[in-house]
Design a protein around this ligand. Structure first.
Ligand code: FAD
Length: 386
């Protein structure tokens, strides 16, 4: 362990590890392959307080920091990456409320989100594109008296079926230039028939949890659910929350990569070829060394980004680097683990095949790695401006 953990962090990591070993690992593959929602595991996560990790204690949460959240994500993903999705975008909504909500909104929604009575998500991406958020956004929220009428659609929304509260980003001024100035964020509840979950999307990995398309048809939201109470802040609120989301995705990638590596190093010592364990072949040793080194580097980047965020710094650069590097090495490590397992790694009854299917999401989610690279370069050019 590279970090000097506090007693509280050690305690929570031990709790999550026990949950993962005893409850998650025995059922993860079966539920994943059959694409069955893990209701019992999600309930256990609720009992463990995982819906309120980043909610301040005064609003009923655990009041923990990003470093601890990253540790939790890594542990969960050593077991089953899908579970991290249940609390991932839930915490994006929490971040937006904690840092941008009115006091009334915090008192109304944070305790319910912390207890899991409300289960959150982020409705940002649209069918027309997720990278060019400003250019592709067609969803419009039109003010009429004390409410907004929303029309539009959202794509790839995790927790959309079983979740109940969403940070919905829409244009309140579609003519604004630049467009982000006309974007606002709302707390969207499923309490009006205009909120429609259209279809559950079939996925390569990240299975068993609900990722859906949403349709808003004259969906009415009371004006007091505009986050922060002022129009035009939605883009910045979402981008600030996604900074934390990238640390979370990096931690997920470290967790999946660690699981893939551990499977490989164990298997390499049991499987024999040419009269000795394959771990004694230099070609396999080179792979193991390469895998472990990449994981350690990804972990360092991730916890550095988390620690800087906990100090209150803006960490677009560090979170971007952590997300970019950790997700890319996760896919490489998952592939190497599969290679080390030979044909066995290709079989559905082993977790290794699942790690390989789960890894690409970290490259796409919370901003693709191409977009991460652009963000990193933009920040570097600012830092090294001549
Ligand atoms: C399983 C899953 C769960 C998701 N959950 C959520 C969620 O809960 N909420 C939510 O809002 N979204 C969610 N997303 C959406 C995700 O954030 C988007 O898929 C992602 O941002 C990319 O958007 P896109 O799919 O529209 O790809 P596009 O934006 O169409 O990009 C296509 C390709 O072009 C590249 N590209 C685009 N622009 C540039 C550029 N300027 N320079 C270089 N390359 C570029 C991209 O990197 C990518 O390779 C989820 C996606 C998946 C797959």
């Amino acid at each position: 362990m590279l970090l000097e953990l506090t007693d509280a962090q050690r305690h929570i990591v031990a709790l999550i590890r026990e949950f993962v070993e005893n409850d998650v690992k025995p059922v993860a593959n079966k539920l994943d392959n059959a694409d069955i929602y893990p209701h019992d595991l999600v309930e256990r996560m609720r009992q463990l307080g995982l819906f309120g990790v980043l909610v301040p204690e005064e609003y009923g949460g655990l009041g923990l920091d990003y470093t601890t959240f990253a540790l939790i994500m890594e542990e969960l993903c050593r077991g089953w990456m899908s579970l991290s999705g249940v609390i991932g975008t839930h915490h994006i909504l929490i971040h937006m409320l904690v840092h941008g909500g009115t006091e009334e909104q915090k008192r109304e929604y944070l305790p319910k989100l912390a207890s899991g009575e409300l289960r959150g998500g982020l409705a940002l991406t649209e069918p027309g594109g997720g990278s060019d958020v400003q250019g592709a956004m067609r969803t419009v929220a039109r003010r009429e008296g004390d409410r907004y009428i929303v029309n539009g659609s959202k794509m790839w929304i995790t927790n959309a079926y079983y979740g109940s509260a969403f940070a919905l980003i829409a244009k309140t001024d579609p003519t604004a230039q630049p467009p982000y100035k006309g974007m606002s964020a709302f707390i969207a509840l499923k309490d009006h028939p205009g909120f429609k979950v259209v279809q559950k999307l079939e996925k390569l990995g990240y299975r068993a949890i609900d990722t859906c398309e949403l349709l808003f048809e004259d969906y009415e939201i009371p004006a007091n659910r505009l986050i922060g109470g002022v129009e035009g802040r939605g883009f910045n609120q979402a981008m600030s929350a996604l900074e934390g989301g990238r640390i979370n995705v990096a931690a997920r990638a470290v967790g999946v990569a660690q699981a893939a590596f551990e499977a490989a190093i164990r298997y390499a010592q049991r499987r024999e070829s040419f009269g000795k364990p394959i771990a004694e072949h230099q070609a396999i040793q080179l792979k193991l060394a390469d895998m472990a080194t990449k994981i350690e580097a990804a972990r360092l980047l991730t916890y550095q980004a988390a620690a800087l965020k906990d100090r209150g710094q803006r960490v677009d650069l560090e979170a971007g680097m952590a997300k970019l590097f950790a997700s890319e090495i996760c896919l490489q490590v998952a592939m190497d683990s599969m290679r080390i397992h030979g044909g066995t790694g290709y079989a559905k009854e082993l977790d290794v095949e699942r790690y390989f299917r789960d890894a690409p999401l970290m490259i796409i989610g919370e901003g693709t790695n191409e977009i991460q690279s652009l963000v990193i370069a933009r920040n570097l050019l600012k830092r090294y401006a001549v």
